[in-house]
Each structure stands twice: as structure tokens, then as C-alpha cells.
Design a protein around this ligand. Structure first.
Ligand code: NOJ
Length: 709
């Protein structure tokens, strides 16, 4: 039994249901008594049996974890199902885990756990649960890609085994040649603590078919406002209005582009979200106006734990409307979080969501303006004094659902209500930007996700790639990791390498813990600042390409950042690669993620294809593996022959300042001398594209001529 596995769950999955009624009747069976005809021994056996039964029962009808008791008013329950995938050796998905892209077999570890948790200093290369959960698993081989979507929001575990695990390629070939090779097979066991079995098999056969099939069930990535693809500057905390002004000015002094400055929890008055600290942020509108004049934006945090304080309007309104989650006894559920004692709005209640959305109106959220956007954190939900730092499973939601049943959905509903609030405040015109930490299947419809509290360590930089790739496979394209690492203090080399990697990940935000020294990009010497400037400018130059990729994600469910095998589905050597990846179908990125790196090993896939180093246009015939020498300025990026990439090459202060700038098309010919590309363009912030107010150009180069339609 897995140590952290709820005993009742595994018992009831793996053995026929035990219940006190049937064990009583077994005991009454005279046949079973006949074995125990020696007096004294009979009692001992009975005692032993009772003890065993007690052990079996412990955790079934109520369960104690540290000081918390789960009352399980509905008794023990679980659902589970096994799937066998003959012919498949590579499985992916089921984010969020800090693990490689290709899922491991879990015969010798805990299964992958899906249970949204606020994990302090999470471990890497591990199947433990993190902040979000998408119960979608993909399997891929050279003939087919398929998906299993297990639609269940309760605590879920995924156990993976395979008949080829641990065998080398050589071993497998030998086995095959000796005629003893069985078909490779992966077995996947899904187990959820409550709910029903509601499972969708997505049969592909191509990767893009699976993405579309999954999107037909859960929706596609929301089209982000253009600015949100620029660079975001965050830390916990920018202290006051003057601090904000200085940091903003620092970017101009050092000629660094950026789009958004962020405010963490200290900006609010005593962590009462929707308010401003009267001493540190006395004139939020002046501050926001200053930012707006620079054609930039701000994001402020709004968490879902509400300070229990009768003089706080948000709290008293939620209480009077009876919108808080309840304890099993029917009182408002209270826990401990940033503001101290806090209660938790029931976002599963549609009326609660509508009310919450209305709080983002300019007349409700005082001091807010149209260039203020929102960050939802701690929405697993995080309850500092709850079991595993989250909510008790026997808490009760709208409609009588136990928290147990909807736990993994809570964060999605917070995100949704907030995104709808931003749409609502603009009268339905403007596209929202909301970042969330907790998520579930479908969260892509409401905005961006980040990978939570990572650390300033090289391995954390490295794992940001597979973590975002797994999210992308599960429909959530708008993903990023805290650049620089949240905990600890990155040395200048790590910080630079993180900027270089982050510039090629969809959500690009630097963030740092309250206790860390300042690390704005100009604080580590001129050389570092210059190198960070180079990569920020590259990010901005490629914004038209990023935006077009997001449009394709929005329209056709194509992941923006994709594993190599999605583009090269028959190249087995790419199936486990996660140190390099594709941005769309045109760019291959291999960030440097090692300290003191002198070289990196690059693999350029695609028989009969050609690639170009974007920095010097050197061409490489594929497939090819080679060591590329690197210096501190190296960010290995290759453009695929046959692609056309639109860029805007004039450096500016922010993305908004680039609006009227000319495009440059980078045409990289394939070996036949042809290339194709595309460009999506609209106003960058409204829903008007849904009324056909956009341009979607397809470019084509052949026989020496570039055409567009
Ligand atoms: C936890 C979040 O993960 C982190 O990014 C944030 O800075 C702190 N909460 C404080 O709000």
C-alpha cells in the first residue's frame, strides 16, 4: 500500500467492498466456527480477527490525519478503472507534477497524485501532487496518439506500469530478434476517492486530433491580450507607490522593454483584497495613470481567502448572502491564511461567482482602472491550518456537495469568476488577463497558469521546460515558471540563463520571495544587464509569432510550446526529449540550463529537412545531433526550413509602443526552396476578432516569389 494513500481508498479498490454487515454474517457462519473447537484458542482467534477488522476499518468511516479528522458522513467510497494500452511505451500529461515530460512507471513509487495543494518547497522528479490537476493522459507511438480523460475532481491517483520498464533499447531489440518480444504495453490505473466513472477515450490518431478532441470537451486556450505576452516584472512585494515608480523608471533608464508590473499581497490593506494599503498605496489611480502613460499595465493579487472582519465589506457581504463554504455542521468554514482568520467563498455556486465578478466593476473595486489586471493565488484552496494545508474534505458546498467531490475544481472556479469579472467591468468588450496557481481541466479558458513556488536552483530552471510542456499537452498553453526562482537567491549566471529560457516560454514573469534580495534585471552588473536586454528584445521582436501561435491555440487547440514528438511523431528518438522543444512548428528552442556550460547537445529532427541557427543563419541538414559550443550570450534557437516567422525588430519600451511598427518576415527555405508562414493580427485587446475584425495572412514562398493571402 502506498504510504500516503488513504487506506480506505485502496482497500475498497483492490478488494471486494468490506462492510460491517457482511463481516458480521461471516462471523455467524457455523462452518467457520467449527475450526475453533479448542476453548481459549477460540477467543484468541476471535480477538485477532476483531483486531484485524478494526485495522481494516480504520480510516473507512472516519480518518484522522495529524490533528484533523475527516468525518466521512457518506462512508468510504472510491472509483477506479484499469486501462491497458498495448503497443504504447510512452505516456504523458496528467499535470501538475515536477517531473520529466515522459511519465515514469510508478511500480516502485507512489502513483502520480492529482490533488491541488499549496506545497512548500516542492521536490523535483517526483509524483507528488502540486497546485493544479488535469486528469488527461496521452499515449503516443509511431502510429497513433491517444488520450484518456478521466473527468473527476476528487483526489485522484494514477498508477502506471509497463512491461518494458527498465529494459534498455538494446535489451528490447535483442528480445525482439530472439523472437521472444512481447508487444510493449503500458497499463494505467485511475483511482478517485469519490464521484462516478466518467471517462473519455480520445482516439486521435494524430497528436493534433487528440488536442482537438480534448478541446471539444473542455474548450481551448483563451486568446490572451497582446500585452500579456510581453515581459512581467513581479516580486513579493513592490513596497509602495514610490517603489513602483522607481522600478518602472529603472526599465527606461536601462532601456529594457517590459509590459506589466505586479503587486503582491502587501499592497492590500491588511490582506483585505480589493482594497489598498492607505499608507503605502494612498493614490492607486495616480499610480496606475503613471503606468498607463508609459503604455504599460499593472497586475494586483486577489486571493480567495477572505479576512473574517465585520468591518470589511467583502466579508460582510459574502456572509450576509450566505456564500461561504460550510463546515459539516453548517457553520461558515473558517481557516487560517495570510489575513489571519479567513473564510472561503463558495465559487462552485454560480450566484457567488456572479457576485464576485461584479466586485471587479470600477465602482466596486476602488482605485482600479482599465490597465489593472488580476492574479489569483492560494486557490487550491490553501488553508494554513487545514489537512495538508488545504480544506477539510467534509466541508460542504452549494448543492450539498462535499469538498471531497469538488476539491480540484475550486481553483478553476475562482479563476473563472475573476476572468468573468474583468470582462464584465468592460461591458463585455475587453479580454481579461488573470493568472492562477490552482487549475483543472478547462482552466485554459480563463487565462494563464504558473508553476508556483520554485527555487533559484539549476534543476528548477531545467524542470520548468517539461512542466510547461505537460501543461501544454493538457490544453493549458499559457504557462510559465517564476524567472529567477521564487525561493533563494540566484547567482547572476543562473538569473541570466533563466531570462534566456523564460523568454521562450509562454508566460514570462520574474518573481521572488519577500525575503530575497532585490534582483531587477539591472542589479547584476552591466554585462548581465546587456545580455538580459538582448533576450528581452528577442522576446519582443517575436511577439507577432507568439500572438499567432496563441491564436492557433485558441482556434485549433494547438499547444504553443510543444514536445518535439508532436511535430515529428515518427521519430522515436524525440519521444523522451524534454531539454529542447518546439514553439509552434517553426522554432526549435534548446535553452542552456547547466551551470558553467561550455556546450549543449542539440538534436535537429526531420529526415530531409534543414534548420537555420537564428543568430548566424548557419544551416544544418537534419536529422543531426551535435555539440554546440556556448558562451554566456548563447540561446540556441533554430528556425525550421520551410517556415516564415513574422517579427517586429524595432526595440521599444513596451508591446503597446510597437503597434504601428513594421513587420519583418524571416523566410527560411526548405531543401526544395519553399516556405510557408502565417500572421494573426487584431486590436490585441477586445473580443472584436469574434466579429471578423482581424487579419489572418498566410505567406508562401516558392520559385523565388513571396505571396500572401
Ligand atoms: C504564494 C505564491 O505562490 C507566491 O507567488 C506569492 O508571492 C505568495 N503566495 C504571496 O502572495
Amino acid at each position: 500500500m502506498h504510504p500516503s494513500f488513504p487506506s480506505s481508498l485502496e482497500e475498497s479498490l483492490l478488494t471486494p467492498r468490506l462492510c460491517s454487515a457482511c463481516s458480521d454474517s461471516e462471523k455467524a457462519d457455523p462452518a467457520s466456527e467449527s475450526h475453533n473447537d479448542i476453548p481459549g484458542e477460540e477467543e484468541a482467534v476471535k480477538e485477532e480477527e476483531d483486531k484485524k477488522e478494526e485495522e481494516n476499518d480504520s480510516g473507512m468511516w472516519d480518518e484522522t490525519f495529524k490533528t484533523h479528522t475527516d468525518s466521512k458522513p457518506n462512508g468510504p467510497s472510491s472509483v477506479g478503472l484499469d486501462f491497458s494500452l498495448p503497443g504504447f511505451e510512452h505516456v504523458y500529461g496528467i499535470p501538475e507534477h515536477a517531473d520529466n515530460l515522459r511519465l515514469r512507471t510508478t511500480e516502485n513509487t507512489d502513483p502520480y497524485r492529482l490533488y491541488n495543494l499549496d506545497v512548500f518547497q516542492y521536490e523535483l522528479y517526483n509524483t507528488m501532487a502540486l497546485y493544479g490537476a488535469v486528469p488527461l493522459l496521452l499515449a503516443h507511438n509511431i502510429q497513433r496518439t491517444l488520450g484518456i480523460f478521466w473527468l473527476n475532481a476528487a483526489e485522484t491517483w494514477v498508477d502506471i506500469s509497463s512491461n518494458t520498464a527498465g529494459k534498455t533499447l538494446f535489451g528490447k531489440m535483442l528480445q525482439y530478434m530472439q523472437g521472444g518480444g512481447e508487444t510493449p504495453q503500458t497499463d494505467v490505473r485511475w483511482m478517485s476517492e469519490s464521484g462516478i466513472i466518467d471517462v473519455f477515450l480520445l482516439l486521435g490518431p494524430s497528436p493534433s486530433d487528440v488536442f482537438k478532441q480534448y478541446a471539444s470537451l473542455t474548450g481551448t486556450q483563451a486568446l490572451p491580450p497582446y500585452f500579456s505576452l510581453g515581459y512581467h516584472q513581479c516580486r513579493w512585494n513592490y513596497n509602495d507607490e514610490e517603489d513602483v515608480r522607481n522600478v518602472d523608471a529603472g526599465f527606461d533608464e536601462h532601456d529594457l522593454p517590459y509590459d506589466v508590473i505586479w503587486l503582491d499581497i502587501e499592497h492590500a490593506d491588511g490582506k483585505r483584497y480589493f482594497t489598498w494599503d492607505p499608507n503605502k498605496f494612498p493614490t492607486p489611480k495616480n499610480m496606475l495613470t503613471g503606468i498607463k502613460e508609459k503604455r504599460r499595465k499593472m497586475v494586483a493579487i486577489v486571493d480567495p481567502h477572505i479576512k473574517v472582519d465585520s468591518s470589511y465589506r467583502i466579508h460582510s457581504e459574502i456572509r450576509s448572502r450566505n456564500f461561504y463554504i460550510k463546515t459539516k455542521d453548517g457553520n461558515d468554514y473558517e481557516g487560517w491564511c495570510w489575513p489571519g482568520s479567513a473564510a472561503y467563498p463558495d465559487f462552485t455556486n454560480p450566484d457567488m461567482r456572479t457576485w464576485w465578478s461584479s466586485m471587479f466593476s470600477y465602482d466596486q473595486y476602488e482605485g482600479s482602472m482599465d490597465n489593472l489586471f488580476v492574479w489569483n493565488d492560494m486557490n487550491e484552496p490553501s488553508v494554513f491550518n487545514g489537512p495538508e494545508v488545504t480544506m477539510h474534505k467534509d466541508a460542504v458546498h452549494w448543492g450539498g456537495w462535499e469538498h471531497r467531490d469538488v476539491h480540484n475544481l475550486y481553483g478553476l472556479y475562482v479563476h473563472r469568476a475573476t476572468a468573468e469579472g474583468l470582462i464584465h467591468r468592460s461591458g463585455g468588450k475587453e479580454r481579461p488577463f488573470v493568472l492562477t496557481r490552482a487549475f483543472f481541466a478547462g482552466s485554459q479558458r480563463y487565462g494563464a497558469v504558473w508553476t508556483g513556488d520554485n527555487a533559484a536552483e539549476w534543476d528548477h530552471l531545467k524542470i520548468s521546460i517539461p512542466m510547461c510542456l505537460s501543461l501544454g499537452l493538457a490544453g493549458i498553453s499559457f504557462c510559465g515558471a517564476d524567472v529567477g526562482g521564487f525561493f533563494k537567491n540566484p547567482e547572476p549566471e543562473l538569473l541570466l540563463r533563466w531570462y534566456q529560457a523564460g523568454a521562450y516560454q509562454p508566460f514570462f514573469r520574474a518573481h521572488a520571495h519577500l525575503d530575497t534580495p532585490r534582483r531587477e534585471p539591472w542589479l547584476h552588473g552591466e554585462t548581465n544587464t546587456n545580455l538580459i536586454r538582448d533576450v528581452l528584445r528577442e522576446r519582443y521582436a517575436l511577439l507577432p509569432y507568439w500572438y499567432t501561435l496563441f491564436y492557433n491555440a485558441h482556434r485549433d487547440a494547438e499547444p504553443v510550446m510543444r514536445p518535439l514528438w508532436v511535430e515529428f511523431p515518427t521519430d522515436v528518438s524525440t519521444f523522451a526529449m524534454d531539454d529542447q522543444y518546439m514553439l509552434g512548428s517553426g522554432l526549435l528552442i534548446h535553452p542552456v540550463t547547466e551551470a558553467n556550460a561550455r556546450e549543449v547537445q542539440i538534436y535537429l529532427p526531420g529526415a530531409g529537412e534543414v534548420w537555420y541557427d537564428v543568430h548566424n543563419y548557419q544551416s544544418y541538414k537534419a536529422p543531426q545531433k551535435f555539440y554546440l559550443p556556448v558562451t554566456m550570450s548563447s540561446v540556441p534557437v533554430y528556425q525550421r526550413g520551410g517556415s516564415i516567422i513574422p517579427r517586429k525588430d524595432r526595440p521599444r519600451r513596451s508591446s503597446d509602443c510597437m503597434q504601428a511598427d513594421p513587420f519583418t518576415l524571416y523566410v527560411a527555405l526548405d531543401l526544395q526552396g519553399n516556405a510557408q508562414g502565417e500572421l494573426f493580427l487584431d486590436d490585441g485587446h477586445t473580443f472584436n476578432y469574434q466579429q471578423n475584425e482581424f487579419v489572418y495572412r498566410k505567406f508562401s514562398y516558392s520559385q523565388g516569389q513571396l505571396t500572401s493571402r
